[in-house]
Design a protein around this ligand. Structure first.
Ligand SMILES: [Ca+2]
Ligand SMILES: [Ca+2]
Length: 182
C-alpha cells in the first residue's frame, strides 16, 4: 500500500515539475518600439517620373481585426515623397500576428515598406532603397479581407533589409501584409 502511495506521490511530483518548467515556445516578448515605415522605394521623389511613388495610408490591426493605430502623412524622410505613412508603436506590442493595411490617399504608384524593432531612443536607420520598381500584380486578386483580416496577405518580417517594394495599382487598391512578431 505504501509503495502505491509513494508511486502516486512520485507521479504527481513529476507532473508538477513538468508543468512548472518554463517552455520557450510560450515565451512572450514585449516590443518597446515597432516602426512601420513607407517610403519612396528608389530614394528621392521623382527618381522615375513615369512611375511615381504613391501617397500611402497605413493601418495596423491585431489578429482579431481590431485597429491599433493608423497614419497618413508622417514620414520623416523629407527627401522622399511627402505623404508617406509612418507608424511608431510604443505601447508594447507583444509576440503574435498582426496585419498591416496600405491604401492610398489618391492615385496609384510604388512604395517601399519596412518594419523595425527599435529601442525608444534609437535613431531610425536609413532605409535601403531598391534598384528598380517591382510589380506586385500577382497579388492584386488576393487583397480581399473580412473584418480587417486579409484572405491572403504578403508576409513581411522585422528588419531594414526585409523591406518590400510594392504598388498600389489604383486609388482603390488595398495591400495587406502579415507580420508575425516572434
Ligand atoms: Ca499619406
Ligand atoms: Ca497592390
Amino acid at each position: 500500500m505504501e509503495i502505491k502511495f509513494f508511486r502516486l506521490f512520485l507521479l504527481i511530483f513529476i507532473v508538477a515539475v513538468f508543468i512548472s518548467c518554463p517552455n520557450e515556445a510560450d515565451e512572450t516578448n514585449v516590443y518597446e518600439r515597432i516602426v512601420i515605415d513607407t517610403y519612396e522605394p528608389l530614394g528621392g521623389f521623382g527618381a522615375i517620373p513615369q512611375q511615381v511613388p504613391t501617397d500611402t495610408y497605413l493601418t495596423l490591426f491585431n489578429d482579431s481585426g481590431s485597429m491599433l493605430v493608423e497614419d497618413n502623412d508622417s514620414t520623416p524622410y523629407t527627401d522622399d515623397h511627402i505623404g508617406s505613412a509612418h507608424i511608431y508603436y510604443t505601447d508594447g506590442l507583444i509576440s503574435g500576428t498582426y496585419y498591416i493595411r496600405v491604401t492610398s490617399g489618391f492615385g496609384s504608384g510604388f512604395y517601399a515598406i519596412r518594419v523595425l524593432s527599435l529601442n525608444k531612443g534609437a535613431a531610425l536607420p536609413d532605409p535601403i532603397y531598391f534598384g528598380s520598381h517591382s510589380d506586385d500584380s500577382a497579388y492584386e486578386l488576393d487583397d480581399a479581407s473580412s473584418g480587417n483580416i486579409p484572405d491572403n496577405p504578403i508576409d513581411i518580417e522585422l528588419g531594414n533589409d526585409k523591406a518590400l517594394n510594392r504598388k498600389l495599382n489604383s486609388d482603390t487598391d488595398i495591400d495587406w501584409m502579415k507580420l508575425v512578431l516572434p
